[in-house]
Design a binder for this molecule. Sequence first.
Ligand SMILES: Nc1nc2c(c(=O)[nH]1)N[C@H]1C(S)=C(S)[C@@H](COP(=O)(O)O)O[C@H]1N2
Ligand SMILES: [Mo]
Length: 319
Amino acid sequence: MLIKKSEEIRWSEITPKNAYLNRRKFLAVAALSGTAAVGGVRLRQLGSPSITALAGNKINGITKSPFSTTETITPYQDVTHYNNYYEFSTEKDEPAELAKNFRTRPWKVKIDGEVAKKLELDVDEIIKMAPPEERIYRHRCVEGWSIVVPWVGFSLSELIKRVNATSKARFVEFTTIYDLTQMPGQRRNVLDWPYVEGLRMDEAMHPLALLCFGMYGEDLPNQDGAPLRMVLPWKYGFKSAKAIVRIHFTAKQPMNTWNIMAPQEYGFYANVNPHVDHPRWSQAKERRLGEFFKRPTLMFNGYDQVASLYNGMDLKKYF
Ligand SMILES: Nc1nc2c(c(=O)[nH]1)N[C@H]1C(S)=C(S)[C@@H](COP(=O)(O)O)O[C@H]1N2
Ligand SMILES: [Mo]
């Protein structure tokens, strides 16, 4: 294992187990008596979505990231009940229910291809590789809606540095789980299964590229990609693969699912770009979930820090 010794503590172990369990008990009791629900709704209106996130285990030791936006966070209820997750359903309101019993432990992630040594890591080993950060990112779906989410994770570069990718590694490919017994959507031919995505190495190494395992201070809900997903705020949502089981380093540009399905509509880069319309609709504007009026979509979704990655590229051709 290539993890440094000082980092071998699970971050949740920093809080004494008792305090942790007591909080969970308190939440369970509060939920039963109805106080949490009432408080939750009120607080949600006050714009405190973290208080409404009562479903999962709290992640301890989270630090705030300077990459966070100060925009209003989208309510937890919306982010967890309006999901694109075709392995479960093509209906956005269905993954919440259909993914309820999805098993996210034990969970292994293969790391292979152009790396010093092939690895198969338990997801919990990956999660403890670096301290968890809260990153409040805008997230723009290619369909024209957007959300603002306090994700929890750390830069993918933290993992890449530790697994010693070789100099031949020019791309990273993410493969997500294929499990017909658990994912009813995979019985349908709507996409090629398993869902695959990829990044160029410099994109993958960019500090904004987030390896994500939580949101709203808690474990990632199943419908949002538990136990491990990517979050790439400057790219359309489909690049951010959920339920990752393999991270493969390669010299050759990998395929990505939506590009396989409709290459004229979805490219490899998928950078948010208001100047390059989807063949069937404009990408100039977006609707933030919960809002009525549309707002203009920004180049790279407003994440100008990544612009230099694409210097000299024709982004109409490489869309
Ligand atoms: N495995 C997998 N990952 C996926 C998808 C999917 O269908 N399967 N949908 C993508 C799309 S189109 C979007 S917009 C985001 C949605 O993430 P969210 O439901 O957490 O908002 O997940 C992306 N990752
Ligand atoms: Mo999307």
